[in-house]
Design a binder for this molecule. Structure first.
Ligand SMILES: *Cc1c(COP(=O)(O)O)cnc(C)c1O
Length: 320
C-alpha cells in the first residue's frame, strides 16, 4: 500500500445538469464535484496532496514549499494542508508585491503561508534558492513541484477514477481541464486499469497538445510504476484539445464569460475563471459543432478553483 493521508471529502458527488443539457441540445451532462473536496476551499489538488503529504511526512518534512501563479489553487490547497498538519508553508508565486490580496492569495495569507514573489522567467531559480535557504536554516523543507503533478501526486487521480467507476454512472466521455498533467494522467491510467471503455478529453489550458500529451503519458507511466503496474501509456493514448488557449493563461475570452454565466444561471454552479471555464467553454463549443455524437453522455469533471472568482482582476468583468 502506498501511504496516503485522508483529508478530502470523498467520494465527491456526481450530479446531473438537466437544465444545462436541455439548453445545449442532444447531450446528457453530469458534473463530478471535485470542487467540493473540502480542504481549504476544495479542488483537484487535494486528491494529489493526500499522497504527496504522506511522502513529505516519510521524509521528515516540517516545511512545505511549492510554486505557482499568484492565484494558484494548488498553492492555496497546499497552504491549507500545511496549516491542518502543523507544518510551515512557503509559496513561490509569479508576480510581485503589487498584487492585491484577493481570491486564493487572500486565503494563502489567512492560512499562514509565507509568500516569495518571483518574475515568471526566474521562478524555478527562485524556487531552488528558497529551498536551499530553508534547508540551511534547518526548516526541513519538502519541495512539491508545480500542481503536485509528480508520479506520487498522480495516484490521487488513479484512485479518483476508481471512485468514479464505483459510482456506476455510464458515460461516453469525460471532459477535464488539463495543465500540469497529473489530473489527466491519473484519470487515463485509472481508466486503463479498470478497463473503462469511455473516452477522456483533456482541454489544454496553457500549452500545445504536442507538449501536453507526452507529459500526461509519461506521468501516467511513472504512476503505473509506483503501483508496480507494467502498463505504459503512450502520447497517442492521450486525447488533448488545444484549440481554446485564447489569449493565454487566466485571460477570459467572451465565450468563457458566457460559459461562466451559462453554468451559473442554469445550474447555480460556479466554475473558476482559469481552468474549468476554459474546459467547459471548449465542451460547449464542441457540442455545438457536433463533435460528440447525438445523445452522448458527458461527465464534466469539475476540478475546483472557484476562489479565483473573487480575485480582484476579475471583478469588473464578472460583476456586469
Ligand atoms: C490545477 C488545476 C487544474 C489542472 O490540473 P492539472 O493536474 O494541473 O492538469 C484544473 N482545474 C483547476 C481548478 C486547477 O486548480
Amino acid at each position: 500500500m502506498i501511504p496516503r493521508v485522508r483529508i478530502a471529502h470523498l467520494p465527491t458527488p456526481i450530479e446531473p445538469l438537466p437544465r444545462l443539457s436541455a439548453a445545449l441540445g442532444d447531450v446528457r451532462l453530469w458534473v463530478k464535484r471535485d470542487d467540493q473536496t473540502g480542504l481549504g476551499g476544495g479542488g483537484n489538488k487535494t486528491r494529489k496532496l493526500e499522497y504527496v503529504l504522506a511522502e513529505a511526512q516519510a521524509n521528515g518534512a516540517r516545511t512545505l514549499i511549492t510554486v505557482g501563479a499568484a492565484q494558484s489553487n494548488h498553492c492555496r490547497q497546499t497552504a491549507a494542508l500545511a496549516a491542518r498538519f502543523g507544518l510551515d508553508c512557503i509559496l513561490v508565486l509569479s508576480g510581485d508585491e503589487t498584487q492585491l490580496y484577493s481570491g486564493n492569495l487572500l486565503l494563502d495569507r489567512l492560512f499562514g503561508a509565507e509568500v516569495v514573489w518571483s518574475a515568471y522567467a526566474n521562478r524555478d531559480a527562485t524556487l531552488r534558492t528558497t529551498f536551499e535557504t530553508a534547508w540551511e536554516r534547518g526548516r526541513r523543507p519538502f519541495l512539491i513541484p508545480l500542481g503536485a503533478s509528480t508520479p506520487t501526486g498522480t495516484l490521487g487521480y488513479v484512485t479518483a477514477f476508481e471512485e468514479f467507476a464505483a459510482q456506476g454512472l455510464e458515460a461516453d466521455w469525460i471532459v477535464v481541464a488539463s495543465s500540469s498533467a497529473g489530473t489527466q494522467a491519473g484519470l487515463v491510467l485509472g481508466a486503463r486499469r479498470v478497463g473503462w471503455n469511455g473516452k477522456i478529453l483533456g482541454v489544454s489550458i496553457d500549452q500545445p497538445a504536442d507538449e501536453l500529451q507526452p507529459r500526461v503519458a509519461e506521468l501516467a507511466s511513472q504512476a503505473a510504476d509506483r503501483l508496480g503496474d507494467a502498463r505504459r501509456i503512450a502520447p497517442v493514448d492521450v486525447r488533448v484539445n488545444d484549440e481554446y488557449l485564447g489569449a493565454g493563461y487566466g485571460v477570459l475570452s467572451p465565450a468563457e464569460v458566457d460559459t461562466l454565466r451559462l453554468f451559473a444561471r442554469h445550474e447555480g454552479l460556479p466554475l473558476d475563471p482559469v481552468y474549468t471555464v476554459r474546459a467547459a467553454a471548449a465542451m460547449i463549443d464542441l457540442i455545438r459543432r457536433s463533435f460528440f455524437t447525438a445523445g452522448s453522455r458527458i461527465l464534466f469533471w469539475h476540478t475546483g478553483g472557484t476562489p479565483a472568482l473573487f480575485a480582484d482582476a476579475y471583478r469588473d468583468l464578472l460583476s456586469q
